[in-house]
Design a binder for this molecule. Structure first.
Ligand code: FCB
Length: 466
């Protein structure tokens, strides 16, 4: 392990509010490994990654960053960074392997150890209950398109809250339900890899329902001081032009990409235009009386994940598509400019715009940036150093955008950098590195990248040096 240089440098500072939370984020399947240990059963991501052709280079999360066996070392890294908070996810198939029935004590013990050690390091544990690793047995019973999965999730939320409620500071029900529904069941590029527009819509509704039921289960169990939240990957949308047809393309993607979650969760209703746009696919009769009221159980904050904006125009896009029919009316426009190794445009204004939209539409809901970061082609040079100036520039620009949003009145309480460690980047496997800590996977050696030194200095001074 390398040592960190976090000396605050001289110069003017863009200071963030006192008590602003500085964190890093990870997810269970992406870092833990130990896929078959201590009673953990397969999730949809184990099945998917072991299916030839689904993940680049045939990579799997079997070992990942071996975090399951390196918790203390990884917390020591965070301590050196000086983070105030750590966002991790609990693996449902580790805690309740079949997705129903009894919990596995050893699985729970892992998260007890993790949260105890975090507390000792004075780092607030921020736990996500679902970061995409559905127990395979529940997928075999129909997965998220099956209503029953929502009830199973609420039961698991209650069990996790009973076991860890005294040590988790913030509970997040779901991470990016858009990806679970539309990449998992629509385009099929994520597990479980199904391609049905109707199933994607059903899944989205059952995820909203699951969220609301889980909020209820959490509130009944955890102390009042614990926060309850949800993390969405809202699409920051731009129209190619101001023409009515291009603006209508934005409206369609906003409905099926954003308002399909925002409206049920914060207003207890479905967007009328979404129901109209999808009328040829479904009459939405899978939405039962009371479901939307359940989905709208109040939360303490909204987590916002942001990487890049999306520009759209009138036109059409190829299938299979995650957009539940909207692709027949919408073309995704590639804009010139810098890009990350994911080929995602670098554009921090999209984050500022998104935070201001939320300030306007949900003025009473505190916001937390629960993921932001970038993949670049990192490597250790002959002296063992990993220099990632592009990532530093990306992070600087995005934190400056958050600062600007705060100045413009957005109630942003914290920022979680994705990610602490290089990890299993879903269908890209280990080919994309998002960490500020480099992981040499064959040896599992961790090395701070320049961005880690930079982030430690930002945290130490409570803001950005100009
Ligand atoms: C988000 C996911 C996270 C990570 C980043 C790059 O969509 O929540 O797990 O893969 O993208």
């Amino acid at each position: 392990m390398t040592t960190l240089d976090a000396r605050p440098r001289a110069g003017t500072t863009l200071r963030f509010p006192d008590h602003f939370r500085w964190g890093t984020a990870t997810a269970a399947y992406q870092i833990e490994g130990a896929a078959g240990e201590d009673g953990r059963a397969p999730s949809i991501w184990d099945t998917f990654s072991h299916t030839p052709g689904k993940v680049r280079n045939g990579d799997t999360g079997d070992i990942a960053a071996d975090h399951y066996h390196r918790v203390s070392e990884d917390i020591a890294l965070m301590r050196e960074l000086g983070v105030t908070d750590y966002r991790f996810s609990i693996a449902w198939p580790r805690v309740q392997p079949a997705g129903r029935g009894p919990v596995v004590q050893k699985g729970l013990d892992f998260y007890r150890r993790l949260t105890d050690e975090l507390r000792r390091a004075d780092i607030r544990p921020v736990a996500t209950l679902y970061h995409w690793d559905l127990p395979q047995e529940l997928e075999d019973a129909g997965g998220w398109p099956n209503r029953e999965t929502a009830y199973r999730f609420a039961e698991y939320a209650g069990l996790a809250a009973e076991a860890l409620g005294d040590r988790v500071a913030t509970w997040t029900t779901l991470n990016e339900p858009w990806c679970s529904a539309f990449l998992g069941y629509g385009s099929g590029v994520h597990a479980p890899g199904r391609t049905s527009a109707v199933d994607a819509l059903r899944a989205a509704h059952h995820l909203n329902l699951a969220h609301g039921l889980a909020v209820r289960a959490l509130r009944g169990t955890v102390p009042d001081a614990a926060e309850v939240s949800l993390t969405l990957n809202l699409h920051s949308l731009r129209a190619r032009s101001e023409s009515p047809r291009d603006l209508d393309a934005v409206r369609r993607i906003d409905a099926v990409g954003n308002r399909i979650f925002l409206d049920p969760v914060f207003r207890g209703r479905l967007p009328d235009d979404l129901v109209r746009d999808t009328a040829a696919l479904t009459d939405w009769s899978f939405v039962r009386d009371g479901d939307l009221r359940t989905a709208a159980a109040p939360v303490d904050s909204l987590g916002v994940n942001y990487y890049s904006p999306t520009t759209v125009a009138a036109g059409s896009s190829p299938a299979p598509s995650p957009w539940a029919g909207a692709e027949r009316h919408v073309r995704f426009v590639s804009v010139p400019g810098p890009r990350t190794a994911m080929d995602w445009p670098v554009d921090a204004d999209g984050l500022h715009g998104l935070l201001l939209r939320l300030r306007k539409e949900l003025p009473d809901v505190p916001l937390v940036v629960t993921e932001n970061g970038a993949a670049y082609e990192d490597y250790a040079d002959p002296s063992g150093q990993v220099r990632d100036p592009e990532r530093v520039a990306y992070l600087h620009a995005h934190l400056a955008a958050v600062h600007r949003a705060v100045e413009d009145g957005a109630d942003v309480r914290g920022y979680f950098l994705w990610s602490l460690l290089d990890n299993f980047e879903w269908s890209y496997g280990y080919s994309k590195r998002f960490g500020i800590v480099h992981v040499d996977f064959p040896t599992q050696r961790r090395t701070f990248k320049s961005s880690a030194h930079w982030y430690a200095a930002v945290i130490a001074r409570g803001g950005l040096a100009l």
